[in-house]
Design a protein around this ligand. Sequence first.
Ligand code: SF4
Length: 402
Amino acid sequence: MTERRQTRQIMVGEVKVGGGAPISVQSMTTTRTADVEGTLAQVYALRGAGADIVRITCNDVDAAQGLAEIVPRSPVPIIADIHFQYRLALAALEAGVQGLRLNPGNIRNPDHIKAVAREASDRGVPIRVGVNAGSLDKDLLAKYGAPVPEALVDSALHEIGLLEEVGFTDIKISVKHSYVPSMVSAYRLLSERVDYPLHLGVTEAGPPPSGLIKSVAGIATLLLEGIGDTIRFSLTADPVEEAEAGRRLLEQLGLRERASLDLIACPSCGRAEVDVVAVATEAQRRLEAEQLPIQVAVMGCVVNGPGEAREADIGIAAGKSKGHLFIKGKVVRVVAEAEMVDALVEEARKLVAEGVEARLAAADELADRLAEEEAAELLAERGDANRTAARRASVAEVARGG
Ligand code: SF4
């Protein structure tokens, strides 16, 4: 990955954002904020799924009062989402929130924005300037004709200017668009103009799987360019799914330590000795329930399986009516096909409890040889899917000019 872009660091409660801090995951509750117990239950569920920061709407006085009860009991910092009424931003600050999100398209009076900034400054609370293509300032929409990336950036810069006028710099910014190429362009443009931390997201991404694909496409593209300090998937789904997706994306990009299972499986092919889809699905279901933070491989045949998946912590490859259990590419046990998933789960548990070295030392000495013999047998029976010998011969022939 390219180096991460250097940004200023802000604090959202105890969570550092920007300035080289780990990328944080955000999500937003869908409960009515006045329902304190219901909202808190969702905040806890989001934290459990991987959210570091949770946003809650503050859309009326009842919601602001709810925040006053929710914030002290929340396990993560709470950001109040403010649209239209600047007084609700002041009320949310009074309720003790650790962050505000203002939408420049919806709060347009400079005096109101400055009043909120002064109050936030006094309380040491950061503000996200949250520009959204769907609610862009009307004047900018008229100027640009459409919510193009330049218009989103213009909106953000204008709002930042107002905040900076009163000396407020405790800022992070988002310029969200529902069309991935526009979202990516907007953040790239913005990252050239400011060094404030950036909150990434594809707005109104919709339900999974397309919502997930859009979010991953936009967020991962930018993260791999070193752009972005905190992320949110905006899915039309249970927000727990959003938080989990965000966390998993960071894990897959190597930006967060793995806290969950990573199951890799071959796509299967004519050589497969078992129904790879069925075995992989069953293994995933059983191993996820165990909550083991390891990489597990399910491979359809012993000919290529253990070698191709040697980076996995543990895996299983099918042979003729058998399963070959391997750790770091070395076959440690051969089990009956019907016991493949049971054996995989049992060995995975032991691996996490005892470590790789101990489990390799406990390997069945015969297993590796049995696997090799079976692979050779299958090769002889079915032929070499990679046609290695034939390809080597034709390469040599071409080289010799024959
Ligand atoms: Fe095919 Fe075996 Fe590779 Fe799976 S591991 S794709 S079954 S060759």
